[in-house]
Ligand binder design. Sequence first.
Ligand code: BMA
Length: 313
Amino acid sequence: MELFRRYGGNPVLSPDMWPYPANSVFNPGAVEHGGETLLLVRVEDFRGFSHLTIARSADGLGGWEISPRPTLLPDPGYAEERWGLEDPRIVWLPDRGEYAITYVSFSKGGPVVSLITTPDFQQFTRHGALVPPEDKDAALFPVTFRGKYALIHRPIIRGQAHIWISFSPDLRYWGDHRILLPVRPGWWDCHRVGLGPPPIGTEEGWLLIYHGVRITASGSLYRVGLALLDPDEPWRVVRRASSWVLGPREGYEFHGDVPGVTFPTGAIVSKGTLRLYYGAADKVVCLAYADLDDILLFLREDGVEGDRPLGEP
Ligand code: BMA
């Protein structure tokens, strides 16, 4: 049986549902808010720049109420947002009583990870860029470790695109950088890896859902993989699944602006079921779901033990 089942009503959001002109709607952050599913969707306009817009649904499947206007547009006061905002990840920070939205802001110097916080998705506070370019695919953990915030992100260094983890006492100054999950030469995730949704706390550790890229003769394939991090020392990889668990297969994952892309950015766990929201073919938002217990079982059976605590490639 398949671990992740696609929702029969996919895509859940598409540009033709948008209240204003949009080329593509994809790669959303996801969170439960006010008893509803809130997606903060990346919307690409017809200049090729992206902004973020809220869509809400009572059951997370249908009946979406889409904001008639963009929620977060590039702010001219922040040079790094010049060419748009992309691929948000949302996490609730209980110690601060607010949500953290990490997103990619696109500057002349390249893509960079930025932070916005909000208590209510109405008032937003910008904190600027967290790390230098080129960096993407970032999310905070919802808790601190030994008093430090932890950020998972994906810099590209000397052409290598591994997943890294960094720490900060104040969400501003970052250090203790380590490689967390490297690409695996020869495997399906050999060329690039990047975090999907924010890490998910489970009884066995932090569940990491990530995308892995293989570049082929006809373009890149973006598939989805799993790993488990130590609950208290999240720089230690306990297990990493061998096989991908979701990858391009359906028409909507091939017919879009970038064919062959499944790109998860949001997850909501409710009553033991994980709902995974992903961008398909850089065009639409789709949904797949799996039982959390089945995911942990899969990681035990298909998982390779983390043999490199510091993740050296
Ligand atoms: C990545 C990001 C994503 C995009 C993916 C596939 O590098 O830019 O926003 O969905 O490529 O094109």
